[in-house]
Design a protein around this ligand. Structure first.
Ligand SMILES: CSCC[C@H](N)C(=O)N1CCC[C@H]1C(=O)O
Length: 355
């Protein structure tokens, strides 16, 4: 039996377990496993949490790494031996599982190997991750500072003739050199008409004078992400592109000014959409205003119409309005914000272009 664990995250998870009316939790979502155990290769692990045990299951490739990183009990095995071992712990219990992360085959396996009542739960651990601890905020702050520094290094290279992939590589190299474990996600560099692709991966296209280029990137440290976007003119741009840019800047400014504890995320999304409607651009804002950032690049709270979430101090969110016009291009400006007791702090420090 593992020692009684006092990690705040595990304690909170046990609280969530009780509230959901289950005796144990079977965790398969990688960021949730990392959050609860500290294991840095959670894609190849599972976690079982009972009232008096926490067991990380991983395979022999990670035996040493797990012993170095993890404070909970470790069991080295591959499925189905994993499930056979866990079966002894869950016998006769009500076991919650993550409905959004267990495959149909995974659930079949649990039914085959366990004599337990299986209870689907929605986001049992993600809910705990919404509000970050001071240590988590420090990691995200560092990741963002690295992304800002990398952007400052690469900015002079954003000029006519530069290749999108060279800019993405330069950003990723600079972030690694500055201490990142890697990029947060595949860096987006979308210039000219490609700017109409919200997730336009860097291509071999060369930047042309008169275009806008959107760069969306982040750094990863200790599993924590940062996320920011800048749209930059390549030389002089047309009055139409300038109009698009100023409209998005206006939407971002107004949304950021409204961010604070107690604010409904759906209201922020509506506010930004309203600003863009005032510029006749609402139909071109085709995604949500933003999202939480932490161990996952996209996590709660969602800043979208269908969300009923309310901002709380300690949440880290993006504000990222954008407009996308096929055949013309696009603009997105994104900053990373920490919700504080009195309002917010903008964590991303890079200046935005003023056209
Ligand atoms: C592939 S991760 C993309 C990160 C980016 N900052 C982002 O979150 N978005 C870009 C377009 C909208 C938004 C999204 O919802 O993906």
């Amino acid at each position: 039996m593992s020692p009684v664990l006092v990690s705040p995250a595990l304690e909170a998870a046990r609280g969530a377990m009780q509230q959901s009316g289950v005796d144990a939790l079977w965790i398969s979502q990688p960021a949730n496993i990392r959050y609860l155990s500290g294991f840095s290769s959670p894609e190849d692990a599972k976690l079982l949490l009972t009232p008096d045990a926490a067991i990380l299951y991983t395979d022999s490739r990670y035996a040493l790494q797990a012993a170095q990183e993890v404070k909970v009990e470790i069991h080295i095995a591959r499925s189905p031996a994993t499930l056979e071992h866990a079966a002894e712990w869950v016998q006769g219990l009500k076991v919650g599982f993550e409905a959004e992360h267990l495959t149909v085959a995974g659930l079949d396996d649990l039914k085959q190997y366990w004599q337990a009542e299986l209870v689907p739960l929605r986001r049992p651990i993600e809910t705990l991750r919404l509000v970050k601890s001071d240590a988590e905020i420090a990691m995200i702050r560092r990741a963002q500072a690295i992304a800002d520094a990398a952007y400052a290094e690469v900015l002079p290279q954003i000029r006519a003739g530069a290749r999108e992939t060279d800019l993405s590589l330069a950003l990723e190299l600079a972030m690694r050199r500055l201490g990142a474990d890697g990029p947060s996600f595949e860096t987006i560099v979308a210039s000219g008409e490609r700017g109409a692709l919200p997730h336009g991966r860097a291509s071999d296209k060369l930047l042309v004078a008169g275009e806008l280029v959107t760069l969306d990137f982040g750094a990863l440290i200790g599993g924590y992400h940062s996320d920011m976007t800048r749209t930059v003119p390549v030389g002089e741009v047309s009055a139409e592109l300038r109009r698009l840019y100023m409209a998005v800047l206006d939407a971002e400014d107004q949304a950021i000014a409204a961010v604070g504890p107690g604010v409904r995320t759906a209201d922020l999304d509506a506010l930004a959409r309203g600003v863009l409607a005032g510029h006749d651009l609402a139909e071109h804002f085709t995604h949500s205003l933003g999202h939480g950032v932490g161990l996952d690049i996209h996590e709660g709270p969602g800043l979208r119409a269908a969300s009923d979430e309310v901002l709380r101090p300690g949440m880290v969110i993006t504000i990222e309005p954008g407009v996308y016009l096929e055949g013309v291009g696009g603009v997105r400006i994104e900053d990373l914000l920490l919700i504080t007791e009195s309002g917010h702090e903008v964590l991303s420090q890079s200046s935005r272009a003023r056209l």
